[in-house]
Design a protein around this ligand. Structure first.
Ligand code: IMP
Ligand code: MG
Length: 181
């Protein structure tokens, strides 16, 4: 367990402030509200990382929508992905009745989301789109593009606003660079 001082000492610098994130979400929320007006919309968020983004994003939509959660674990040794993906919690809705948007926290190698997207696509949604809060395109190992990325970042390990390191830091209201020390 980290104590508060150890926790704070590993927050290197703030990359995106609470206000910057809020502004971006508002803009994308408006765009999606126009695009999906009067269409059956299901937003699927990938737990745990995307729960904060999901909660803020749906409150920037002014159209009817349903939400669901999936749990996909990518295994990490330290801050490096090992490439194994396991779906540990699935959605129960019949996707053929919905336009589906996947709400993700970050695309790194792309493996997690590619696996999730393939599985959801097989269930014949009316359409399938990916919105990610953060994108690290320089780290991509599989072919996968988000339809909308709110922020593109270089190869940094980031924490906060739902994103963790060893399950800590999800509660930070901003996105920061993590320092290994
Ligand atoms: P991918 O399968 O390599 O694209 O990894 C995606 C998942 O790894 C994300 O959903 C995050 O949970 C985690 N991840 C990747 N990069 C970071 C990061 O910089 N900070 C925190 N979690 C990350
Ligand atoms: Mg994570």
């Amino acid at each position: 367990m980290l104590n508060t001082e150890q926790m704070n000492s590993r927050i290197k610098r703030v990359i995106f402030s609470e206000d910057e994130i809020k502004e971006k979400i508002k803009t994308v929320g408006k765009q999606i509200s126009e695009e999906y007006r009067d269409k059956p919309l299901l937003l699927i968020s990938i737990l745990n990382g995307a729960f904060v983004f999901m909660a803020d994003f749906i409150r920037c939509l002014d159209i009817p929508c349903e939400i669901a959660f999936m749990c996909a674990k990518s295994y990490y040794s330290g801050t490096v992905s090992t490439g194994e993906v396991n779906i540990t919690m699935d959605v129960s809705q019949d996707l053929s009745k919905y336009h589906v948007i996947i709400i993700e926290d970050i695309i790194d190698t792309g493996r997690t989301l590619r696996d999730v997207a393939i599985k959801l696509h097989e269930r014949n949604p009316l359409s399938l789109k990916i919105i990610t809060l953060l994108d690290k395109p320089s780290r991509r190992l599989v072919e996968l593009e988000a339809d909308i990325s709110l922020f593109t970042i270089p190869d940094l390990f980031v924490i906060g606003y739902g994103l963790d390191c060893a399950d800590y830091y999800r509660n930070l209201p901003y996105i920061a660079e993590y320092s290994e020390e």
